[in-house]
Design a protein around this ligand. Structure first.
Ligand code: ATP
Length: 546
């Protein structure tokens, strides 16, 4: 496929407003794409050449693009920056500047989708002292051959800033429509593979192939989640249940083959290099090839440290050895998904637990199996006394359902009403906070959109404001009056006293006395709460309005 076809499609999608029209257009295009190009096409339309868990990262900053486009068009960097300032986004600026590109080749070459993709791979694989030069050379070559429209979308992908409005939801429905398969099946395959490209390829082979999607080592799967509930309700439903401490740390998935181990975070990023100590603990704890699921906590004087301390270790890229010394981590393993080539997802939890304790010498979480309310309540209070968050109740005969917040895992913790919302904008602070953002605009999810529901200024320390400013200042998209809007990347956990209906917010609801609790750095924005969740909570308090 020519890359120009792809770029023209992106332009068309950008001009469409309605979700159904976007899905129609996308599904027709997907049907046209030939098999070898299909995974590439799908990944690029999402603007992500490599899945989050892949070790391949583009890692391109705007400077390299300024330099490349200046070189190809025979202009200087100042001209690039002034075009950028006048049109507002780098994709458009590159498009405008490439219009005036000096003819560098006598032959007019046409870029193919596969060729652009292998250039992205080469950029991600460039290593060593000369890697920056190599990246520059590859981008210059792409821009010298690209038409202005192609240059626009190459820039969007390189900067991880596609902005054509295609999210996983639209894409899932478009794939389902293109190959006449159930969109639930497409979603299930995505929970396991976490690569829409591979999912599309399976879907193109039909329902049968899609439903037999398999788990692979070093290819992380979405983690199973829990719902809220009460101990008595779960006992009434299930009788005997397995009870474990709910650790307040960071979720991990560990993959091991022979002497190689890799760790993935809840967002499925590869965090192996930040956690060499945990990797070696787990490598030494078993002789098998497997995939484990668990929670890492930080321990000091026998007590768990705050969740933020653990996340500091997950985020750490430099000075890892010092961090390993300063913050002692311990893995708590509570599930096993694959053992020596055998997939265990469909086995019962009690079977998986039995296997886990047989193959893992250390670190399996302690567990109580009981049907006695008093005994389980005592275990819950013991968990709180030991500094943990509460307990998890798990149904012994349940399957492992990747990415699902089903009925089989229930979390029990002290009642605090919080919502996970995405920070989409901010206003500058005042007084001694005038140099940082002082208040934030928060949004909930609705389909593939983010809809504002509240602002928050309370509960943020100076240190947190400084960190948020330094993280978000490079993500700014545009400003409108006093508001600054940025790329939605960060999830805030927000406490509140009450949910209220509000005509001032598009979603129809807002929060009374919103209070910042913490940054949920372990959560992807796809895991933020929805307007539907907020409405449900509202109706629970006001059942008369149902
Ligand atoms: P919360 O905000 O309450 O932490 P969450 O939205 O992060 O919840 P949930 O699915 O609601 O996620 O709760 C499950 C989380 O609890 C898991 O993702 C995991 O990180 C953590 N956890 C701690 N201990 C356990 C355990 N023993 N079994 C399963 N999950 C556990």
């Amino acid at each position: 496929m020519n890359f120009l076809f792809f770029a023209e499609l992106c332009r068309k999608i950008e001009s469409i407003k309605g979700r159904l029209d976007t899905i129609d257009l996308l599904s027709n295009a997907i049907r046209e794409v030939e098999c070898p190009d299909l995974p590439i096409f799908v990944r690029l339309i999402l603007g992500k050449p490599f899945p989050d868990w892949s070790p391949l990262k583009l890692g391109i900053g705007p400077n390299l693009l300024y330099e490349s486009v200046a070189y190809v068009t025979g202009r200087n960097r100042e001209k690039v920056l002034s075009t950028l300032n006048s049109v507002g986004d780098l994709g458009r600026a590159v498009e405008e500047m490439l219009e005036s590109k000096s003819q560098t080749s006598f032959f007019s070459e046409e870029l193919t989708l596969a060729e652009v993709y292998s250039s992205f791979e080469a950029i991600a694989q460039a290593e060593g002292g000369k890697s920056q030069k190599e990246r520059l050379r590859i981008i210059q070559r792409l821009f010298s051959v690209a038409t202005p429209l192609e240059g626009h979308y190459i820039t969007g992908i390189l900067l991880d800033d596609m902005r054509i409005g295609v999210g996983e939801g639209n894409l899932r429905d478009a794939i389902a429509k293109a190959f006449d398969v159930d969109s639930g099946l497409v979603e299930h395959a995505q929970q396991i593979l976490n690569d829409m490209g591979e999912v599309a390829l399976l879907a193109s082979q039909g329902k049968e192939a899609l439903s037999h999607v398999r788990l692979h080592l070093f290819h992380p799967v979405r983690m199973m989640l829990a719902r809220q509930g009460t101990i008595s309700e779960v006992i009434a439903d299930a009788g005997t249940i397995a009870v474990e401490y709910k650790y307040d740390g960071a979720r991990f998935q560990f993959h091991k083959q022979g002497s190689t181990g890799r760790m993935y975070s809840r967002k499925l990023e590869d965090v192996t290099n930040s956690l060499p100590d945990v990797v070696s603990m787990l490598l030494n704890a078993t002789d098998h090839n497997l995939i484990l699921d668990g929670e890492v906590i930080a321990i000091k004087d026998g007590r768990p440290m705050p969740f933020q301390t653990v996340l500091k270790r997950f985020r750490r890229k430099h000075g890892v050895a010092d961090a390993v010394e300063a913050i002692k981590l311990v893995p708590n393993v509570f599930d096993i998904l694959l053992l020596d080539g055998e997939i265990l997802l469909d086995q019962s939890f009690s079977e998986r637990r039995k296997i886990l304790t047989e193959v893992l010498r250390d670190y399996a979480t302690p567990q109580l199996v009981s049907s006695d309310l008093i005994e389980i309540e005592q275990y819950y209070h013991q968990a709180l006394d030991n500094g943990h968050e509460g307990v998890m109740l798990k149904l012994p005969n349940s399957r492992y359902t990747p990415g699902m917040r089903g009925k089989d895992w229930v979390k029990i913790k002290p009642e605090v009403d919080t919502l996970d919302l995405v920070a989409i904008g901010a206003e500058w602070g005042e007084g001694k906070r005038a140099h940082v953002y002082g208040s934030f605009l928060l949004a909930a999810r609705q389909d593939d959109q983010l809809v504002p529901v509240s602002r928050v200024a309370t509960g943020l320390s100076d240190e947190q404001l400084t960190w948020l400013y330094s993280t978000l200042k490079d993500e700014v998209i545009h400003s409108e009056g006093k508001m600054i809007f940025f790329e939605p990347r960060i999830v805030f956990e927000i406490g509140y006293s009450e949910i209220q209906q509000s005509p001032n917010y598009e979603g129809g609801f807002t929060l009374r006395f919103p209070r910042f609790v913490r940054v949920r750095d372990d959560k992807d924005i796809r895991e933020a709460n929805t307007i539907g969740d907020i409405e449900e909570r509202y109706l629970t308090i006001h059942p008369e309005l149902r």
